[in-house]
Design a protein around this ligand. Sequence first.
Ligand SMILES: Cc1ncc(COP(=O)(O)O)c(C=O)c1O
Length: 447
Amino acid sequence: MTDSSAFARLRRKQFSQLDRSNVVYLDYTGACPVPKSLPEQHISNLSSNVYANPHSASLPSSAATAAFHRAKTTVLRFFNARDHELIFTANASSAIHLVAQTFPFQRDSTLYLTADNHNSVLALRESARMARCNTVLIPLESRLTLSQPLSYLYKHNAASSAPSLFAYPAQSNFSGVRHDLQLVHHARSKDIHVLLDAAAYAPTSALDLSRVQADFVPISFYKMFGYPTGIGALIVRKSALSVLRKNWFAGGTVKFVSVASDLHILHDGADAFQDGTVDFLSFPAIVNGIHLLSKIGMPNITKHVATVTHTFLHQIQHMRYANGARMALIYGPNLHDNTIPRGGTVAMDLLDSRGKRMDCHFVEREAGRRGIAIRAGCFCNPGCAERVFDIDGLSVAECVRKGYTAYDCTSGIGCFRVSFGMGTVKKDIKAFLAFVRELCNSYGAKF
Ligand SMILES: Cc1ncc(COP(=O)(O)O)c(C=O)c1O
């Protein structure tokens, strides 16, 4: 594998802290490392402008309001979101939570959830439960693709006037599988609203919301470009915004509140959902982050990550012990499943020479001792983990009944994940593969 000179240059210019600290960073699905230019530009902006709480009319307050509008317009334009509005939130989870709190589930509504979902999305089922409506689970095939999702969505009774919701990730944070964006169109044709979780997809792929007309799209900015943390967004289709029902108000969301008359009037549109004072100092940094991605070019990032991932899969799948046994087991699409669209997240385990899985937390610790950052566990995506390790609902329930969490008493659940992004270069892959060989030869060779 040769790095294109552009990405080698990007690494030197923006992510030199990785090399200076001898960190082999392979957790881009967790967070993108901080590109050097973003905090520098941010500090320079904050030291030459005066920003204040945007809820007043002073000049510093107006500067913050202008920065808010600039950030909002820049993000919406980046996603080509002409029919959408944007609400800033603390992160993708709070964007999803906002939908959970305000989507008007009724008894005849249906919530469609894919088994591949982050916990923050799975939690929508608790709002559905409160409304006593049905949750339908769309299961996974062995390669962690969705199992006939259309057969579930097309059974939906579009005649029901109760609003229904389908929630799925554009890209799995577990397996890297990219689920079909056309499902948005299919669900909407049956009058089902769609929450498309773009948290793991947006950092390495362009998402054109003028083509993919999802109703609710949560994102976290630190996953896309590393800095700032503590701010995300819910991008909402304008017509879907009017479906949401907000039964509370907060500072910033009201035109008017009276104590004497027990009345309040919410702002119109997205402003009714922007609770309290947003992290207004972050707005200039968001604009710079989006500019950085646009300058590199999302198609270039997609291509770079695809090349890195392909090389990685090719090399790791060919690693063998002296007895011919493979050293690694990939969960989800592997090299040979080239018809399954995937991003740069790979879930896997290391095996000993008899085919037994090594403990993923041991692998994570040993990697950490060598400066290699990977992630072990189920990555807040229990549905994928349960599918991979063949754990059914009854055994989970029995576990919990005994006072354990499912993952404590279901031996060996969990694996580890490596993930790539715009800062990944070939030496990262080389270092990880050398680590795998070393660990397998020292701990896994059992002849
Ligand atoms: C697919 C997906 N959705 C949602 C989230 C939640 O993001 P955050 O922790 O930034 O709220 C994550 C985080 O890893 C994720 O990968």
